[in-house]
Ligand binder design. Structure first.
Ligand code: HEC
Length: 138
C-alpha cells in the first residue's frame, strides 16, 4: 500500500521533473506483470511483420519525425532499433505513451501495422563499434 503510494509519487515526479531520456529509463525499469507464464506474444515474441510495409508506415504516421529515419533516435525521441523493447510493451507504449510521445490508437495503426513497424525496427542496421570510428578510437 505504502509502496504503491511511493511508486505513484515517483512516477508523477518523473513526469514533472525528468526529460525524455530519463523518463525512458523509467519506462524500461517498470517490470512486466508477474504471475503465470504469459502467452508467447506477451512474452515478447512479435507476430510476423513485413519490413517494407513497416518502413512505409513508419514514415507515413510520423514516427521518423521524432525517432529519425533509421529509428536511431535524435533530439526529439530515443533510439528504437535494432533492439526494440518486447513487442507487448511496444504495443502498450505506442497506444498509451506516458511522456512526450503522442498516442496512436487502433484507428490509426492496427496491431498488424504495429507488427510491421516492429519488424522494420528490428531490421535497422546496427551502429558501428566506437573503435571502428577513427576519430573516436582510443
Ligand atoms: C512527437 C514525437 C514522437 C513521435 C511522432 C513518436 N514518438 Fe515514440 N517517443 C517519443 C519520445 C519523446 C519518447 C520517450 C518517452 C516519452 O517521452 O514518451 C518515445 C518513446 C517511444 C517508445 C518507447 C521506447 C523504449 O525504448 O522504451 C516507443 C516504442 C516508441 N516511442 C515508438 C514510436 C512509434 C512506433 C512511433 C510512430 C508510430 C512513434 N514512437 C512516434 C517521441 C515520439
Amino acid at each position: 500500500m505504502v509502496n504503491r503510494l511511493i511508486r505513484s509519487l515517483a512516477v508523477a515526479a518523473s513526469v514533472l521533473l525528468l526529460g525524455p531520456s530519463e523518463r525512458l529509463a523509467n519506462v524500461r525499469a517498470q517490470a512486466p506483470p508477474q504471475g503465470k507464464a504469459a502467452p508467447p506474444e506477451q512474452a515478447g515474441a512479435a507476430p510476423a511483420g513485413r519490413v517494407e510495409t513497416g518502413a512505409t508506415l513508419y514514415k507515413k504516421v510520423g514516427c521518423f519525425m521524432c525517432h529519425s529515419n533509421e529509428a536511431q533516435g535524435g533530439a526529439n525521441g530515443p533510439r528504437l532499433g535494432p533492439d526494440p523493447i518486447l513487442f507487448a510493451r511496444f504495443v502498450q507504449y505506442v497506444r498509451n505513451p506516458s511522456g512526450d510521445m503522442p498516442p496512436y490508437t487502433g484507428k490509426v495503426l492496427s496491431d498488424q501495422d504495429l507488427a510491421d513497424i516492429y519488424a522494420f525496427l528490428k531490421a535497422r542496421p546496427r551502429p558501428p563499434a566506437v573503435g571502428a570510428i577513427p576519430s573516436l578510437a582510443p
